[in-house]
Design a protein around this ligand. Structure first.
Ligand SMILES: Nc1ncnc2c1ncn2[C@@H]1O[C@H](COP(=O)(O)OP(=O)(O)OP(=O)(O)O)[C@@H](O)[C@H]1O
Ligand SMILES: CC(C)(CO)[C@@H](O)C(=O)[O-]
Ligand code: BAL
Length: 277
């Protein structure tokens, strides 16, 4: 049985009653297979699985898609039920920020100013602030995040380390459509034609990952992106030391962000240079 609560008081009561290891999956809703994979891993590793659904205004810039972001609570609940989630916490804005916009927020530091942070000023501060609040409210033992948002995952790991937060962060590999497109709630903004153009992102990363050195990886990926007029590249980059220790697979990452029409998409892959398939 999947329970739905909207208030922090209800969440606290359910959390108090939970036994064993509490595993949280934080989302902004509009759930897809990527989110469901996070839930499945949480179900495997945790005793009590909690999903949060909150479109966090703090992490959206003034000209971003906060207002039009898809809100699909009924369908989201169905997905949570199907994955055996124990509790869904779906607060409204006043419940999350009872005093209005918080005066004290987290600072993402240097890692928050590059790549996504350079294009979305304030985004990572808003993201870390809500993730920290949700970790405190849920008192989770395990928290699952997707590698699709690789810089976000790196920053959350760093926050947990720097602030001594007692939670284990688990990264989950990116779930893709059969044709390679990384699943993302924002994919539903794409027309059929734009979706076709968006395939250049994953195609470029695949080609990059098949090269034997970093420079060739950037060049091969860059060429594919440049050949697709429907895609405006924001950045194509390799992970530098700022993104922290190499992930689980020990590989560097090739990351891309691009606009397809007005929709901004991101993707990344591990670079197993020298022993690519
Ligand atoms: N394709 C995916 N594979 C694995 N995890 C994913 C995927 N897409 C999203 N996630 C993860 O799900 C969690 C919630 O993400 P979110 O609700 O923002 O979904 P999203 O699809 O990334 O949305 P958006 O399109 O707005 O970026 C994050 O940890 C995110 O990394
Ligand atoms: C982690 C998160 C739920 C915080 O709002 C969001 O950034 C997301 O959905 O990736
Ligand atoms: N999917 C990461 C959250 C965001 O884009 O705001």
């Amino acid at each position: 049985m999947t329970a739905l609560v909207h208030t922090r008081a209800e969440l606290a009561a359910a959390r108090d009653a939970a036994t064993g290891r509490v595993a949280v999956v934080m989302t902004m809703g509009a759930l897809h297979e990527g989110h469901r994979q996070l839930m499945r891993e949480a179900r495997e590793r945790g005793d009590f699985v909690l999903v949060t659904i909150f479109v966090n205004p703090l992490q959206f810039g003034p000209n971003e898609d906060f207002d039009k972001y898809p809100r699909t609570l009924e369908a989201d609940l169905e997905a949570c039920r199907a994955e055996g989630v124990d509790l869904v916490f779906a607060p409204d804005r006043d419940e999350m920020y009872p005093g209005g916009t918080p005066q004290v927020t987290l600072e993402a530091g240097p890692m928050g100013t590059i790549l996504e942070g350079a294009s979305r000023p304030g985004h990572f501060s808003g993201m870390l602030t809500v993730v920290a609040k949700l970790l405190l409210l849920t008192r989770a033992d395990l928290a699952f995040f997707g590698e699709k948002d690789f810089q976000q995952l790196s920053l959350i790991r760093r926050m947990v380390r720097d602030l001594e937060i007692g939670v284990e962060i688990i990264g989950v590999p990116t779930v893709r459509e059969a044709d390679g497109l990384a699943l993302s709630s924002r994919n539903r903004y794409l027309s059929a034609e734009q979706r076709q153009a968006a395939l250049a992102l994953s195609h470029a990363l695949r080609e990059g990952a098949a090269q034997s050195d970093a420079q060739s990886a950037l060049e091969a990926a860059g060429k594919i992106l440049a050949d697709e007029p429907g895609v405006q590249v924001d950045y194509l980059a390799l992970t530098g030391p700022l993104l922290g220790a190499p992930p689980r697979d020990g590989a560097a990452r090739l990351l891309v962000a691009a606009k397809v029409g007005t929709t901004r998409l991101i993707d990344n892959v591990p670079l197993l240079l020298g022993n690519a398939a």
